[in-house]
Design a protein around this ligand. Sequence first.
Ligand code: ATR
Length: 293
Amino acid sequence: SDKACMSIDGNTKLLAVVGDPIEHTFSPYIHQILIEATGDNFAYVPFHITKERLLQGIHGAWALGIQGINVTIPHKQLVREALYRIDPEAQLVGAVNTLRWTESGYEGYNTDVTGFRKLLQLNQIPLKDQAVLIIGAGGAARSALTSCLVEGAAKIGVYNRTRERAQDMIDKFVVRAQKYGAYPIPPISSISEEELYKGEYSVVLQTTSVGMYPNVDGIPVDDPHFFDQVCHVADMVFNPESTKFVNMARERGIPAVGGLSMLFYQGAKSYEIWTQRQFSEGELETMHEKFLA
Ligand code: ATR
């Protein structure tokens, strides 16, 4: 590239990612690619911060003028208490992963939904008019649920180890979706383990941490008959290697994809929010390739 890799000087602005734990984050690699491609004078640094110190940390970061912050596990909900304004789509998701510095305070956004929709689009996994099964009821499941709503899924089932959590997530999501108002709300129900095998769902979105490194032997549904009626699988787990769940689907000839690309695209969207840039499809593709390499 003809844009030199910037070194830190008196004009360098800081970007950050905060989480607990944080040491396995891929975000600095993603943002280094974006910084090098644009030539912007930024440095992107991870910070380990506990729940007890989160709000104080965000206020301190604002005072220091840290321009952009990514927020990761387990702080995407609590961080909302430190914000001056929350973008309506982030309100719908119920979680914030991107903070943008403004004179009045940080504004909160959620770029996970953009990242997830991009992952599905790249892999030709349809949600529109589909019966979609979401496995899990944690933070990642909320982005999947929002993606289904935005894309116009026909019906959504949520299966979770703890069924009450699934029902609770759905109830709260429906209230937020009604308030948001922009999309028709399809039938959304929590389903039992037996119902997994009725073949009602053609697209499966795996959002639990099962199968995540270092516990790569984990699998959220272990009876292979589960896959009988399934046409597409996306697993949000982002190990560089495929999860057992993805491999199991592929062995049955079902196209299945892991979540690594989602990470890149949520990061790129955060960078666009911080810098008010808009990358072209070509630029995104080039940087995405570089990330995967
Ligand atoms: P995240 O924000 O990453 O989604 P989370 O809120 O802790 O994290 O949610 C983790 C999800 O993975 C939950 O759906 C959880 O199921 P429970 O609600 O029953 O806890 C699921 N999960 C984690 N470990 C699991 C395991 N060993 N078997 C099945 N589900 C598991």
